[in-house]
Design a protein around this ligand. Structure first.
Ligand SMILES: NC(=O)c1ccc[n+]([C@@H]2O[C@H](COP(=O)([O-])OP(=O)(O)OC[C@H]3O[C@@H](n4cnc5c(N)ncnc54)[C@H](O)[C@@H]3O)[C@@H](O)[C@H]2O)c1
Length: 369
C-alpha cells in the first residue's frame, strides 16, 4: 500500500489529505487523533458508493455512536430545502458541535454535507471521504461548500474546511467512464492553469488513466492535482486573488449547467470540459494565446473523445440564456462577466483583467462555438 500525505495549511486551519489504495484503513486512527471529544458520527453516503466501502467505513468507526443516511444524488440535492431537512434530522438525533459529520460521495454530497456542517450549531466537525475522481482531485479540498439556487449554480454557500480528507483509490473502480471523464476535466484544468509538465504527462497517459485500472497513474494524477489546488488556495481561502484562477472554464460551465436547469443530460465535469475549450477559443480570439496551444488541447479532447461541442447540448439561439446565467456568477462585478483566459499551457491571465459585457459575450458565444 502506498499512501501519499499532503497538508493544507491556511491561516486558520490545517488538515491532512491521504491518497492511496488502502488509505481508508487509516480512517480509525486518524479520526481518533483528530476528534478526541467526538462521541457521535453522522455518515452521509451517496447511494451509489459500493456497499463494500460503506461497510468498511462503518467498521472503521464502529467505536462511535453511528447514524447514517443515504442520498441518491443529482444537482437538485444541492438545495436549501434538503439542507434544512438534514439539519433538522441532526438536531433530532442530538448531535452537538464536538460530534462529526462525514461525507462519503462525490462533489454533490461533499458540497451539500459540508454546507450543513458549516451551519449546524455554527459549525460541526467535518470529514470528507471523496468517492469520485472529481471529488478526489478537486471538490473535497479547499473548503468551498454550498447549494444551488434558481438564480444559478452554487450561489448559496460558505467557506468551511474539512478536518480530514481520505481519498481511497479503490473506491473509484465502480465509477462509470462518464464520471471518470468529469474528474479528468479538473485534472486537465490544473495542468492548463499551472503546470505545463503535467500537461505533457497527461498527453502521454490520459488514455490509460481513463481506463481506471492503474493505481500508479491515478495516484500521480490525483496527488499532482491536489498539490496544484493547494498552491492556489493557501493564503487565498476566500477567493480574493489567485484562487480565482481555478475558475478557468467554470464561468462558462456554471452558465451551461444553470441554463440546462441542472439536468443530468450535461453534468458538471462535462460542462467544465466545454467551458475550458470555449475559454481557450476566446483566448485565441483576444490574441492572448496561440492557435497551436488550442490545437494541443484539442488533441487531448480528440484522443479521449471528450465533450467539447456546445452545439450537441444547446441550439445557438439559446446561447443567450447561458450568458444571462454567467453574469449572475458570484465573481462578477459591475454587470460584466469576469473571465480567466489562457496565455499558454500552464499560464493564465491575471484575475480581474478580462471583463466582457453581456452584449459582447452573446455575440462571442456564436463565434466560438
Ligand atoms: N467545492 C468545490 O470546490 C467544488 C469543486 C468542483 C466541483 N464541485 C461540485 O461538485 C459537483 C460534481 O461532483 P461529481 O462530479 O463528483 O458528481 P456527483 O457527486 O454527482 O457524482 C457523480 C456520480 O457518481 C456516482 N458515484 C459516486 N461515487 C461513486 C462510486 N464510488 N462508484 C460509482 N458511482 C459513484 C454518484 O452517485 C453520481 O451519480 C458539482 O455540484 C460541482 O459544483 C465543487
Amino acid at each position: 500500500m502506498r499512501v501519499n500525505k499532503l497538508n493544507v495549511r491556511n491561516v486558520e486551519t490545517s488538515y491532512p489529505i491521504f491518497i492511496g489504495n488502502g488509505a481508508i484503513s487509516l480512517l480509525n486512527k486518524q479520526f481518533r487523533s483528530s476528534f478526541p471529544k467526538t462521541k457521535k458520527v453522522a455518515i452521509i453516503f451517496d447511494k451509489n458508493v459500493p456497499v463494500k466501502f460503506k461497510n468498511k467505513i462503518k467498521k472503521q468507526l464502529k467505536k462511535y455512536n453511528i447514524f447514517s443516511k443515504e442520498y441518491l444524488t443529482n444537482e437538485k440535492l444541492k438545495s436549501f430545502k434538503n439542507v434544512n431537512n438534514l439539519v433538522e434530522i441532526l438536531i433530532k438525533e442530538n448531535f452537538n458541535r464536538n460530534d462529526c459529520l462525514v461525507a462519503v460521495g462525490g462533489g454533490i454530497i461533499g458540497d451539500f454535507v459540508g454546507f450543513v456542517a458549516s451551519i449546524f450549531k455554527r459549525g460541526i466537525n467535518f470529514v470528507n471521504l471523496p468517492s469520485t475522481l472529481l471529488a478526489q482531485v478537486d471538490s473535497s479540498i479547499g473548503g468551498k461548500t454550498g447549494v444551488n439556487s434558481q438564480g444559478g449554480k452554487n450561489l448559496i454557500g460558505s467557506f468551511y474546511q474539512p478536518k480530514l480528507v481520505i481519498s481511497e483509490l479503490s473506491i473509484l473502480r465502480s465509477l462509470p467512464k462518464r464520471e471518470m471523464i468529469c474528474g479528468f476535466a479538473e485534472i486537465l484544468k490544473y495542468a492548463l492553469i499551472k503546470d505545463h509538465k503535467f500537461f505533457y504527462w497527461i498527453l502521454k497517459n490520459s488514455q490509460n488513466l481513463l481506463k481506471n485500472n492503474n493505481d500508479k497513474l491515478l495516484l500521480h494524477a490525483i496527488t499532482k492535482s491536489c498539490k496544484n489546488k493547494i498552491y492556489f488556495i493557501v493564503n487565498d481561502e476566500k477567493e480574493s486573488g489567485k484562487r480565482m484562477i481555478l475558475n478557468f472554464g467554470h464561468t462558462f460551465a456554471h452558465g451551461i449547467e444553470a441554463a440546462s436547469s441542472f439536468s443530468r443530460k450535461i453534468n458538471h465535469g462535462e460542462a467544465v470540459l466545454i467551458g475550458m475549450l470555449l475559454a481557450t477559443k476566446l483566448s485565441v480570439m483576444k490574441n492572448k494565446c496561440s492557435i497551436s496551444t488550442l490545437n494541443k488541447i484539442k488533441r487531448i479532447y480528440k484522443m479521449n473523445n471528450l465533450p467539447g461541442n456546445l452545439k450537441k447540448y444547446f441550439s445557438p439561439n439559446k446561447y443567450h440564456k447561458i450568458v444571462n446565467f454567467m453574469v449572475n456568477d458570484k465573481k462578477n462585478e459591475d454587470n460584466k462577466i469576469s473571465l480567466i483566459l489562457l496565455k499558454k499551457i500552464g499560464k493564465t491571465t491575471t484575475p480581474g483583467s478580462i471583463k466582457i459585457s453581456v452584449g459582447e459575450m452573446k455575440k462571442i458565444m456564436k463565434k466560438i462555438n
